[in-house]
Design a binder for this molecule. Structure first.
Ligand SMILES: O=C(O)C1=C[C@@H](OP(=O)(O)O)[C@@H](O)[C@H](O)C1
Ligand SMILES: C=C(OP(=O)(O)O)C(=O)O
Length: 438
């Protein structure tokens, strides 16, 4: 699909969609719980659907209800031996890194012999630090590098060791699986943990399902930071009903459009007290010089003179595309440091930001693990390629606000990964988008 956008400032209010990161965790915990859970989740997307599909493949029953889902857990099926009958299940993770990295340890902890499949790009994203640990715990994997990946054997409890700087999703996956194991589990993470707020999300969801996790911070004999999570065998207790929060990671695109345009933009349904790390978008936009306000239910950003900043993005990788569009139009130089993990997302997002924003006339370069952007008052416009990455498509769409001529986005359907309503909401804010099926 080609999206043709005529430059126009966006303004007004848009509703937040449901947080994809929260939804993955809540739906998985509910599927492992001791009873039925009603999950309030207004919107879904390809990635959330992938997690639902995988849980259904191993015996959960997930029924859509008004405003969300009713989840009948896998473990009820287990009691009836259904899981054994499902040996040989296929878990299709689509494009979703979170689904693969969370469901792989969960399936191994349940002892489900399963085949994981997914998109070619998902098969290229690193998984070895996780599979190595699962193999050391008694699981076997068949399949060449990447996907499909066939698991067998049940994972044993014990000590797992992971690096802190590849993907926090490995740690979240092991945390979700650990309560199911026969014994005590320690997850030792060496080095500074990047994307750390996402682990906070996992711990919050575990807590909501009654799972207790001990955390100890220390150092390795070599002086590196060492974080050890300790989890005993325990059940997931359903809270009965639970709501998925509004999504800050995608709200970031609208708030950034507010900073780039001529009028204020409000996202209704995001909470400033959220534990989603990407709520940091508000503070980052203020750092650029934009103005804004937040209340318990909404965030607003209005434009002002924006100038370049220095920002370490290790904990907020998903905000970088939106922030890069802002930096492209901020006076002076912006330097985002700690960008290395952007190379292993839906595409090499670091290179894609530089190349695709560059096609619109922005002055962006990659400098090692940093992204350096010299701002211009106005961009030119032009044709970009989403690289099948939702956040690259959304970045180009909001950059159009400051372009002199139209922006065309090839592969615009990539937004479906996290935000199928994106272009509808773009129009809600007054944007002029034509979508052409190709
Ligand atoms: O746990 C999560 O929900 C996520 C963690 C982050 O990945 P990394 O930990 O690999 O950086 C983030 O980029 C991803 O979109 C979602
Ligand atoms: C990287 C992302 O997701 P995942 O890792 O779950 O594919 C994302 O949503 O930007």
């Amino acid at each position: 699909m080609l999206a043709k956008i005529s430059p126009k400032p966006l303004s007004g209010t848009v509703p937040a969609i449901s947080s994809k990161s929260m939804a993955h965790r809540i739906i998985i915990a509910a599927a492992l719980a001791n009873g039925v859970t009603r999950v309030a989740c207004d919107t879904t997307c390809a990635d959330i659907d992938a997690t639902i599909r995988c849980l259904t493949a191993i015996g959960a029953k997930i029924d859509p209800i008004d405003g969300g889902f009713e989840i009948h857990p896998v473990l009820k099926s287990l009691e009836h031996g259904i899981l054994r009958a499902l040996a040989g299940a296929t878990l299709d993770c689509g494009e979703s890194g979170s689904t693969l990295r969370f469901m792989l340890p969960v399936a191994c902890a349940l002892g489900a012999d399963a085949t994981f499949v997914g998109s070619p790009r998902l098969g290229e994203r690193p998984i070895a630090p996780l599979t190595d640990e699962l193999m050391a715990a008694g699981c076997t994997f068949q399949g060449a590098a990447g996907l499909p990946l066939r698991t067998s054997g049940r994972m044993r409890a014990g000590r797992f060791e992971l690096p802190g700087n590849v993907s926090s999703q490995y740690i979240s996956g092991l945390l979700l699986a650990a309560p199911l194991l026969d014994g005590d589990t320690q997850i030792a993470v060496t080095g500074e943990i990047e994307s750390r707020p996402y682990i906070g999300l996992t711990l919050a969801v575990l807590n909501a399902f009654g799972v207790k996790v001990g955390i100890e911070e220390g150092a390795t004999p070599g002086g590196l930071p060492l974080t050890v999570f300790t989890i005993e065998r325990q059940g997931f207790r359903t809270p009965g009903a639970i709501a998925v929060e509004g999504d800050w990671s995608n709200a970031a695109f609208w708030l950034s459009a507010g900073a780039l345009g001529r009028h204020s933009v409000t996202v209704r349904g995001v909470t400033p007290s959220s534990i989603q790390g990407d709520r940091a978008i508000s503070a980052a936009l203020m750092l650029f010089g934009a103005k804004g306000q937040r209340n318990a239910r909404a965030a607003t950003v209005r434009p002002d003179n924006i100038h370049g900043i220095e920002l370490d993005v290790r904990d907020i990788p998903d905000l970088v595309p939106a922030l890069a569009a802002v930096a492209a139009c901020a006076e002076g130089t912006t330097r985002f440091t700690g960008c290395s993990r952007l190379r292993i997302k839906e595409c090499d997002r670091l290179e894609a930001i530089a190349t695709e924003l560059g096609k619109l006339g922005a002055n962006v370069r990659v400098d090692g693990d940093a992204l350096v952007i010299e701002g211009r008052d106005q961009l030119d416009g032009g044709r970009v390629n989403s690289r099948n990455d939702h956040r690259i498509a959304m970045m180009a769409a909001i950059a159009a606000v400051r372009c002199a001529s139209p922006v065309e986005i090839e592969g615009a359907e990539a937004v479906n990964k996290s935000y199928p309503l994106f272009f509808e909401h773009y129009r809600l804010l007054g944007g002029d988008v034509e979508l052409i099926d190709k």
